[in-house]
Design a protein around this ligand. Structure first.
Ligand code: SF4
Length: 386
């Protein structure tokens, strides 16, 4: 879909915005069973994630120091290609021909299954010599990995394996182990709609365990592009819980397919232009009705609608939008900043604004109500009476 097709589509969605999604999926009621104050929980979780992000470089280096002191080995990978090469080198050095690779959104983003298959390595073997998984979070101060498992069998396979390989994006960390209990609840409530913690494990390598090896691949894969943007970088606190997708009226209609990406839903609308490229993903910033459902549900308070608006502003200011959209926005800007035009009668302003919009846009948007007098007129009136 291009931008105009999206806009037409959004028009249809906008008619269906209601809170029925909240009735079907309501983690808030579950949170109340476990925590007294949902806002307190969300603020706390947001602060914890933000604390790591505010000092991301030092925190990652501290994680490396703590992890290597326990005989773990870190591999830093800038891109997908970098990751592929380093992983295959490791597997070839260890003469590994079969692994247990647990699938997750991040392993899918990196195409782990295909990387292994193309090299003739069995990705889902019953042997438990080597497991590869992407934990839900890593902890800096103890160099631990927090992972949620679907079954006890999976967890056993993982714990028994001699070689454990963890794959993490640069942002999936928290600073202190004392905060992890909060996230065990958040993952089960927001991810699975359960009010008790899921089957999970906090793995910390032991320096004296000679027959076990642990490796961590920390992969950037364009996430550092987001660090340059003061507002949009907040998306890096995302936990991938998927809650925002379940309450988004647009996502519920379009689902994953139009994204053509593993990252989908409201958070993808903000992130993908920076993770992939502007040209093919700028239209996603218009893939939103700014209804605010996602922000209300998000356990780490990511202000997705505000970030969508930030994206639009950035694309407009940097002339990244389509010619037609740029022309329209420049015209509107000129119109609203023109004092003479704003001092005209209400119906004249309304008529002039309508004329600037194409027939199809007029169908999509509501013409705003103008006040009887502009600020300038009110000010003039005040000065006259002084
Ligand atoms: S942005 Fe969406 S997926 Fe990310 S933490 Fe918030 S609700 Fe979950």
């Amino acid at each position: 879909m291009n931008t105009s097709e999206y806009k037409r589509f959004l028009h249809i969605c906008s008619k269906n915005v209601d809170n029925s999604a909240f009735e079907l999926f309501n983690p808030i009621s579950l949170v109340h069973l476990t925590f007294d104050d949902i806002d307190k929980l969300k603020n706390q979780a947001s602060k914890i994630r933000q604390k790591f992000l505010d000092n991301i470089v030092d925190n990652l280096l501290l994680f490396e120091k703590n992890f290597t002191s326990k005989k773990g080995q870190i591999n830093w990978c800038l891109s997908y290609e970098d990751f592929t090469q380093q992983l295959l080198n490791l597997l070839s050095n260890k003469k590994i021909k079969a692994v247990n690779a647990f699938s997750s959104a991040f392993t899918q983003e990196l195409g782990l299954e295909n990387i292994l298959k193309n090299e003739g390595i069995t990705p889902f073997s019953k042997e438990n010599k080597c497991t590869i998984l992407s934990p839900n979070l890593a902890v800096v101060d103890t160099a631990s990995m927090f992972s949620v498992f679907d079954s006890g069998f999976e967890m056993e396979l993982f714990l028994d394996s001699k070689i454990k390989i963890f794959i993490l994006p640069i942002n999936k960390f928290i600073c202190n182990i004392s905060d992890i209990h909060l996230f065990t609840h958040i993952f089960s409530i927001y991810n699975k709609n359960l009010n008790f913690p899921e089957l999970s494990n906090i793995f910390t390598p032991l320096a004296n365990e000679d027959n076990k090896e642990t490796y961590v691949f920390i992969v950037d894969n364009s996430r550092s592009n987001l660090l340059a943007f003061k507002e949009q970088r907040k998306t890096l606190t995302c936990l991938d819980c998927g809650a925002c997708k379940r309450v988004c009226p647009v996502y519920m209609s379009i689902k994953d397919e139009p994204y053509d990406n593993i990252i989908t839903g409201p958070i993808a609308n903000v992130m993908l232009p920076y993770l992939e490229n502007y040209e093919n993903h700028k239209h996603l910033s218009f893939n939103c009705l700014l209804c605010g459902n996602c922000q209300r549900i998000c356990p780490v308070n990511i202000p997705i609608p505000d970030l969508i608006v930030e994206n639009r502003k950035f694309f407009f200011e940097n002339k990244i939008l389509d010619f037609e959209d740029n022309l329209l926005l420049h015209g509107l800007r000129k119109f609203f900043l023109n004092r003479n035009k704003m001092n005209r009668r209400t119906w004249v302003k309304k008529y002039s604004l309508r004329r600037r919009l194409s027939k199809s846009t007029r169908k999509l948007v509501q013409i705003p109500k103008f006040s009887k007098h502009s600020f300038n007129q009110i000010q003039q009136e005040k000065t006259k009476h002084q």
